[in-house]
Write a protein that binds this ligand. Structure first.
Ligand SMILES: Nc1ncnc2c1ncn2[C@@H]1O[C@H](COP(=O)(O)OP(=O)(O)O)[C@@H](O)[C@H]1O
Ligand SMILES: [Mg+2]
Length: 261
């Protein structure tokens, strides 16, 4: 697979992983995701493209600390908003995520996720009983952030401003995905992770939503990782594509994926 854009050589890395492995088993079939080395620079736009079952969600869930790897050499994360006190003490502000996993600090990892990561799911994951406004505001609300005009601003940029008082059920699939994107960005995270965010939208709307999404993250200086099974939709958007190779069983299902960062 080709990499049109090179990985970062220097500068600030948001993720730095070495020898991270996750093994999973479903219905007696074993799968192994192997990440020998992965470096993602702050502000990078990354695409993770591959067929269903090759481990995209597995990788994204580890990067958002939802899923604990089976083995870790090193797993460091450096959020955008640095803690000024720590900065004075220590130049290397990256956090040793492996240590938190080793010590079972799931609550801390959950806090870290809520503060620094925005997540867009394939089908949005909006709360049906909350208005569009409250859905977008949710990522701010759980952090106790003050109400300002950021929800309205985002809604305007996403072209859903006139839907703010509606419930999600009154919106089209594409509009709901725009709301999901708004929610993932509203708390100004360090990184947004989008797992097939436009898979349920028609191709025309998908491309429009994706370019809007990438414009917004660039404007906000947010790093982004997008997983997709369809390279066609996003190949014009100048993302760095993570390459990988797969090993398969006789029936064709993927048994191992090695990601090359
Ligand atoms: N919750 C789970 N428990 C066990 N195995 C899983 C689970 N989720 C996914 N898998 C397996 O992990 C492999 C990779 O899946 P996944 O990361 O969902 O791939 P993708 O997102 O690329 O479609 C598959 O073999 C899948 O069956
Ligand atoms: Mg998936």
């Amino acid at each position: 697979m080709n990499n049109e854009i090179s990985p970062p050589e220097s500068g600030t890395l948001i993720y730095h992983l070495r020898d991270v492995i996750k093994t999973r088993e479903s219905e007696g079939v074993a799968f192994r995701l192997n990440v020998p080395s992965l470096q993602i620079g702050q502000g990078e736009k990354i695409a993770l493209i591959g067929e269903s079952g090759c481990g995209k969600s597995t990788l994204l869930d580890m990067l958002s600390f939802i899923l604990q790897p089976s083995e870790v050499g090193s797993f460091r994360f450096r959020p955008k908003h640095s803690d000024e006190k720590k900065k004075k003490k220590n130049d290397d502000e990256s956090l040793d995520i492996k240590r938190y996993w080793d010590r079972g600090k799931q609550n801390y990892l959950g806090d870290l996720r809520r503060h620094h990561i925005g997540y867009v799911m394939q089908t949005g994951g909006l709360l049906p009983y909350l208005s569009v406004r409250d859905n977008i505001n949710l990522s701010r609300h759980v952090l106790g952030m003050k109400n300002d005009d950021s929800v309205e601003q985002l809604a305007k940029e996403l072209g859903i401003h006139h839907h703010l008082n509606k419930l999600p059920e009154n919106l089209s699939t594409g509009e709901r995905q725009r709301v999901a994107i708004g929610r993932a960005l509203a708390h100004n995270p360090s990184i947004v992770i989008a797992d097939e965010p436009t898979a349920s939208v028609d191709p025309f709307a998908a491309e429009k939503i994706m370019s809007l999404f990438l414009e917004l993250v660039e404007e906000m200086h947010i790093t982004v990782i997008v997983a997709s099974h369809a390279w066609q939709h996003i190949k014009r958007l100048e993302l760095r594509r993570l390459s990988h190779h797969t090993r398969r069983s006789e029936d064709g299902s993927v048994t191992e994926t090695v990601v090359k960062g």
